[in-house]
Design a protein. Structure first.
Length: 397
């Protein structure tokens, strides 16, 4: 059932869910500029400071497996409130600690709590929409979501010039608690009691696991993971490629990174516009073929003298295509999840985090050259295309 929502209500939901789904990544992007200052104050080394990022990422991955089935059993609103209350309180606690190991542990809990937003934003949208309406809503959602990775490091860098690192976590605490209140007052429960998963958490967890082995789902779940792997191949390698390989100043690279972030936002909106003329299958196959072609050109360019502007242009095209493909793959999976949208959303998150985590170090294997990045971009695009072709006509049903 798709309730009739006013334009004003849809805009509010888009802003709220976009912010909710971005809070986990925001917990990483916002404090990156403060890492050197924190390293000095905690009197530790760079590796342990990096471990505070890793522990948050692990928490984000595991938290989705908890929040998804939990929401299928108890509804969406209660887990969101609990998750963001914990997120806010843990963020506040981090501002008062002086132990690197306590920081690593609390960051893990912060990641688990932040994962609630990533999972349930997708699930709430699926409760309200399906088909082309779902595609268009996810496009709007990803537009809001995509803004945060662009502005978060800028805000963090600005703050660190005027205040100590603790203020960044106080801001995260405020964001978490404000979202909890916004959910209490501004979000109606979208999963009726009669549509919830029966049989307890174990049953909901097993139902989520059952999605992975279904022929209708697993190719799509792996395909969205590979698309995310392509995105992280670019993210992890770009700083070395452009700053070390091409000698780009940090300030210029920051502008380029932000511009490419806008490219992802633009790409996220494409499926909503194309849905009026093309089916999901047509869009997926066409966009994946385009991604393969562009990444192939990037690979071939390695045979010639390096051209900065060519690489910038090809990478921009690729991130636009990746933005569109992330919207599409998530939409197709969630549209098929009629009874356990929370579990489906959790499996999407797990696949994306796993593939992103594997692709990141592989994309950096060639150091300042873009050879490994280009190879991973092509491999991820080709792998996703093969999976979509394997899925075949089922996509249109």
């Amino acid at each position: 059932m798709e309730p009739l929502l006013s334009r004003r209500r849809q805009i509010w939901l888009t802003l709220l869910l976009g912010t909710v789904s971005a809070t986990g990544p925001l917990a990483i992007d916002l404090y990156l500029p403060a890492l050197p200052q924190m390293r000095t104050q905690f009197m530790t080394n760079a590796s342990l400071m990096q471990l505070s990022i890793t522990s948050c990422l692990v928490g984000l991955a595991l938290g989705q497996l908890i929040a998804g089935p939990f929401s299928d059993q108890y509804g969406r609103k209660k887990p969101l409130i609990i998750g963001f209350l914990i997120f806010g309180l843990v963020s506040l606690a981090i501002a008062f600690i002086h132990s690197i190991w306590l920081l690593i542990g609390l960051r893990f809990i912060q990641g688990i709590a932040g994962a609630t937003g990533q999972v349930l934003a997708r699930a709430v949208a699926r409760d309200l929409f399906s088909g082309k309406k779902l595609t268009r809503f996810y496009a709007m959602l990803n537009t809001v979501n995509g803004v945060f990775p662009i502005i978060a490091p800028i805000i963090g860098g600005f703050m660190i010039h005027y205040v100590d690192w603790e203020a960044i976590f106080v801001l995260l605490a405020f964001i978490g608690l404000a979202i909890a209140l916004a959910v209490v007052w501004g979000l109606h429960e979208t999963l009726p009691v009669n549509q919830r998963q029966a049989g307890g958490y174990k049953s909901a967890f097993l139902a989520m696991g059952g999605l992975v082995v279904q022929p209708a789902f697993w190719p799509l779940i792996l395909a969205t993971g590979l698309v995310y792997g392509a995105l992280f191949s670019y993210i992890s390698a770009s700083t070395f490629v452009f700053q070390t390989g091409f000698g780009m100043p940090p300030q210029t690279f920051s502008l380029l990174y932000a511009f490419n972030g806008l490219g992802i936002v633009v790409g996220s909106n494409l499926p909503g516009q194309l849905a009026k003329r093309f089916s999901n299958r047509q869009q997926l196959t066409g966009l994946l073929l385009a991604a393969m072609a562009v990444s192939a050109v990037l690979l071939v360019s390695l045979l010639f003298p390096a051209n900065l502007w060519l690489v910038i242009g090809l990478v921009l095209l690729l991130v636009i295509l990746i933005g569109a493909l992330l919207t599409l793959t998530v939409t197709v999976i969630m549209d098929r999840a009629t009874t356990n949208a929370g579990g489906a959303s959790a499996v999407i998150g797990l696949s994306q985090n796993a593939c992103g985590g594997i692709a990141s170090p592989l994309a950096g294997m060639s150091g300042s050259s873009y050879a490994a990045m280009a190879t991973m971009l092509f491999a991820c695009s080709a792998g996703a295309y093969g999976l979509i072709r394997f899925q075949g006509h089922h996509l249109d049903h």
